[in-house]
Design a protein around this ligand. Structure first.
Ligand SMILES: Nc1ncnc2c1ncn2[C@@H]1O[C@H](COP(=O)(O)OP(=O)(O)OP(=O)(O)O)[C@@H](O)[C@H]1O
Ligand SMILES: [Mg+2]
Length: 249
């Protein structure tokens, strides 16, 4: 087999050169990190689950007209995506207080917010991904005002879709992180959703029990991380050999 060129290796994924120009292969590793790489582990099967969950969500979003980098899943751990110029901003949408928001503003985890709140973080590991404002983003040229408007509008559409999707399977979408990129086609540039949407990038709480079904299980040493991701996949109807109705009440 011809050796593929490795473009980038991150903490959770590897990017390889794709089969056609303008494409990349995103390989999902089992590696998990938190607190800016201070805490690490390898969670057997996590990459497979995130590949599958992200495929499902990106496919649904594409169908709704939310543009994404996703083209198709190739195998258990890899998906083909459009290569984009990543905008170095993490866009976080919050519906319920948790994590750093609770800490910074002294809000009890789980208290609902007056409305959905969009936040921005500058993607820079050396600085620990600091929170920034729209002013910083446009002043330093990380994104234009138009890019930002597009990113916010898309993030809110993703929030509406995901909130409903998860509510339908008994899960509360507390918050999530998105990355966007610039996709150049002919002479056109579009902002599209990139990276992944998975329990690594969302906070997902069981509606009934409040049980965490996301990466906080790892951050907070709650155990059962892969099992929780598997439960999300199962409820989405993504576990092979398990009819969705078989377990439904
Ligand atoms: N379609 C795409 N085109 C180009 N780069 C992408 C695309 N989708 C995601 N990426 C980038 O690929 C990398 C995915 O790897 P991973 O998530 O492991 O990175 P990471 O360790 O979180 O580091 P980073 O701080 O760079 O996000 C990220 O840097 C992400 O921004
Ligand atoms: Mg990442």
């Amino acid at each position: 087999m011809a050796r593929r060129r490795r473009i980038y290796e991150g903490k959770a994924k590897v990017l390889y050169e794709g089969p056609e120009p303008g494409t990349l292969i995103q390989y999902f590793k089992d590696d998990t990190t938190a607190f800016n790489n201070e805490k690490r582990a390898v969670l057997d099967g996590k990459g497979v689950l995130n590949n599958r969950i992200s495929e499902y969500i990106m496919t649904r979003l594409n169908e709704l007209g939310v543009p994404t980098h996703f083209i198709r899943r190739l195998n258990m751990r890899e998906q083909l995506v459009h290569e984009v110029e990543i905008i170095p901003i993490e866009v976080v949408v919050r519906n319920v207080a948790a994590g750093s928001l609770s800490k910074r503003l002294g809000l009890e985890e789980g208290s609902s917010l007056p409305r959905s709140i969009v936040e921005f973080y500058y993607k820079n590991d050396a600085l620990g991904d600091p929170m920034v404002s729209e002013e910083h983003i446009t002043a330093f040229g990380w994104a234009s005002t138009q890019d930002l408007d597009d990113m916010i509008a898309l993030a809110l559409r993703v929030n509406d879709f995901l909130s409903g999707l998860f509510l339908g399977i008994g899960i509360r979408l507390v918050d999530f992180k998105l990355e966007f990129g610039r996709l150049y086609e002919n002479d056109m540039m579009r902002i599209v959703l990139a990276d992944e949407i998975s329990p690594d990038s969302c906070r997902l709480w069981d509606i009934e029990t409040g049980e965490k079904l996301d990466k906080d299980r790892f951050r907070r040493d709650l155990g059962g991380v892969t099992e929780a991701y598997q439960e999300v996949a199962r409820r989405l109807g993504l576990m092979p050999g398990e009819g969705q109705s078989a377990s439904a009440t």
